[in-house]
Design a protein around this ligand. Structure first.
Ligand SMILES: [Zn+2]
Ligand SMILES: [Zn+2]
Length: 382
């Protein structure tokens, strides 16, 4: 289509959020949302490393996420925090943050200008199973808007989550069986968000709960925010005989590390992730068990969340953009995608210098594997 630059400007000019080299940008308010290059003013949806980067002039984020954001980016960042639903004016644009149900403090960004409303979701958790919310943070709240910018990490029909309680029962049964057999259990999941959900579901009557040093500072942030987690200990606080009944929660990067070896040669290991839904994923990660537990919406959850916004236009960011765009267009919606620099949460700072992880947690390979789930099993699972 031969569109003149002037026409393109006019068209782009009516959009409340556009794609710029540094990231999502609100021209009327002159601020970016989760930019991947340094900008003057950044609204941050949540503190995962691919959405919350260092180097911006000023930050706007939720009060609930402030502790984690400062722990990761430094306490000296210029940060204005908002309660969920509280609004601020940015150059005549009304900006407010609304729960996304993804991790502690995660938010969707609602942007209102001259009566028009757009919402950028960041990452969010909505299950296809009604009311099955993430209990370790404020649950996703649908916000009415004319245009919804959605993630699509698990935007394929194969991704359907079971009820979280059922997955937690499976995890406890696995732990119990290992403890009865006299071997430790190593349960791996990303440090920020997943680890706390795993902890919240554990039955602490089975044995001691050990956490990796990369996880404990985040537990502290969750506890400070009033989230109930079971008592946890560092690995050197548990006498060796007791470790045989223990479960250890750690980021995937510990696999094969000195830290993991302290659990014993016979320790059972498992990985909890949405990617475990893929056939062959457990083998690729080289673990005994895979538990399908995600901090992102599954396919029916994405559809439910998008529908609840009432948006007639949807912009898909990271994930299976093409599949989701096609499905949305089939529903009669105006749909397109933005190419962003967001990844899976595997890109998150689980090597964690800011969080005091020890030198063991190198494992860049985990990020690469999870960020590119690959052709091997994407559509093969039933
Ligand atoms: Zn995230
Ligand atoms: Zn993301």
């Amino acid at each position: 289509m031969n569109e003149t630059p002037a026409a393109a400007r006019r068209r782009g000019g009516s959009d409340l959020i556009v794609l710029r080299p540094a990231g999502l940008y609100c021209p009327a308010g002159d601020f970016h949302i989760d930019p991947w290059r340094p900008v003057a003013r950044a609204v941050i949806t949540h503190a995962h490393a691919d959405h919350a980067r260092a180097g911006h002039g000023a930050y706007l984020a939720t009060a609930a996420g402030e502790g984690v954001l400062r722990a990761r980016l430094g306490s000296g960042i210029s940060l204005q925090s908002l309660a969920y639903g509280e609004a601020v004016d940015c150059n005549g644009v009304r900006v407010s943050l609304h729960p996304a149900g993804h991790v502690l403090g995660s938010a969707q960004v609602r942007v209102e200008h001259r009566g028009r409303v757009w919402v950028a979701s960041g990452d969010y958790f909505v299950s296809g199973i009604e009311h099955d919310a993430n209990t370790t943070c404020a649950p996703f709240e649908p916000v009415r808007c004319e245009c919804f910018i959605t993630e699509s990490t698990f935007g394929l029909p194969v991704y359907r989550w079971r009820a979280q309680a059922a997955v937690q029962r499976d995890i406890n049964a696995w732990w119990q069986a290992n403890a009865d057999a006299g071997r430790a259990s190593l349960l791996m999941g990303y440090s920020f968000g997943k680890a706390q959900r795993l902890l919240a579901g554990l039955d602490s009557s089975i044995g001691p709960i050990v956490v990796h040093d990369a996880v404990e500072p985040l537990n502290a942030a969750y506890r400070a925010a009033g989230v109930r987690l079971p008592a946890t200990r560092a690995i050197d606080q548990v006498p060796r005989p007791e470790l045989k009944r223990a479960i250890a929660i750690a980021p995937p990067a510990v696999q094969g590390s000195h830290w993991a070896q302290r659990l014993g040669d016979d320790a059972a290991d498992a990985f909890a992730s949405g990617w475990m839904r893929l056939r062959g994923a457990r083998r690729r990660y080289g673990v005994d068990r895979g538990f399908v537990l995600s901090d992102h919406a599954d396919w029916p959850g994405l559809q439910r969340a998008i529908g609840a916004t009432g948006a007639q236009r949807v912009i898909v960011t990271h994930g299976y953009e093409a599949v989701m765009v096609r499905w949305l267009q089939q529903q009669g919606l105006q749909a397109e995608s933005f190419i962003t620099a967001y990844g899976d949460d595997a890109l998150d700072g689980d090597s964690g210098a800011a969080l005091g992880a020890d030198g063991d947690a190198a494992g860049a390979g985990d990020g690469a594997a999870a960020a590119t789930p690959g052709a091997a099993g994407d559509t093969a699972a039933p």
